[in-house]
Design a binder for this molecule. Sequence first.
Ligand code: HEM
Length: 299
Amino acid sequence: MFSFLKTILVSSANPPPAEADTGTKGASDAPHTGQHKPSEKDASRRSTSTDSDSGETTPKAQPATSKTLPPVPTFTLDTGAPDDEDDNLPPPSFPAVNSAQRASAPSNLMGPPSLRPSPQSQLAAPQRMAPPRLPPSSAATLRALPSGPLPNRGPPSNNLAAPSGIAVRTPNPRQKVQLRAGYSPLDWATLINSGTNLSGVSKLERVTPSMLKQNNGRKGRPAWSSYQGKVYNITPYLPYHPGGEGELKRAAGKDGAKLFAEVHPWVNWENMLGACLVGIMVSENDARAKMDSELEALD
Ligand code: HEM
């Protein structure tokens, strides 16, 4: 470490011989000791430089002089010169000259000093920048209520409040009913997960159209309804139906798939009515043929 520093000090104390006449090439060849011994290489270079002096065209590095360098710009600090000098400066480039921020900002925050208000008005002015003023058309658009179902969501609630606070009815109101205590969707989920048989039959049935029609929920009979070939006993679900018993009864004794799909295609009836499965739909002929074969087996 010390020897290295010593080397540097000695080197700076004994700089290598000036080579302005031979260019800068020889500088890198100078030994670290600072004792520049002219080698054969240097001698040959000197001879080359001498050749160039005598007319060769190899370009040489020239020392920089004030004639070749561009003038260096000078800067001076503002030492409290009068404001009048600043009035000639252009306004700051941000925010843009015609922007809403600039238009709505207090003038003491923007613009050249010549536009600044007097000290009295500065005291009264708000210190925060006011929000940008929107044109009347865009303000109305922001406040407009959605008129139809929102994308990827269920039908909108019909209790949307207008900005004025008055409830407005949407064109697609929900027809949900107030369910009695103990008949919420959660209560239904608890019931079907309890493993209780809600079908009203001991084994799966082959249900003919006439059988389906007969079990329509009237005169003490259960209400059956078919969905894609499967028959469900919808009687236990009636008080739990969010759309009301009356709506659900419209599907009793018949195929309810069309009505169902018209109102809430997103509801999974298979999951909700699994515990209510009565059987599968068969044609009258199938049922008759089955009965015949069973009678034959008995003979
Ligand atoms: C047996 C099969 C059915 C099941 C499991 C069922 C289930 C449901 C469920 C879970 C809801 C709430 C939907 C929600 O919150 O998004 C509902 C609502 C409703 N259901 Fe059903 N439903 C059935 C059949 C029917 C039928 C056949 C009709 C009409 C004929 C009907 C009419 C309605 C109506 C009007 C609503 C309220 C409106 C709405 O939620 O958008 N439902 N039903």
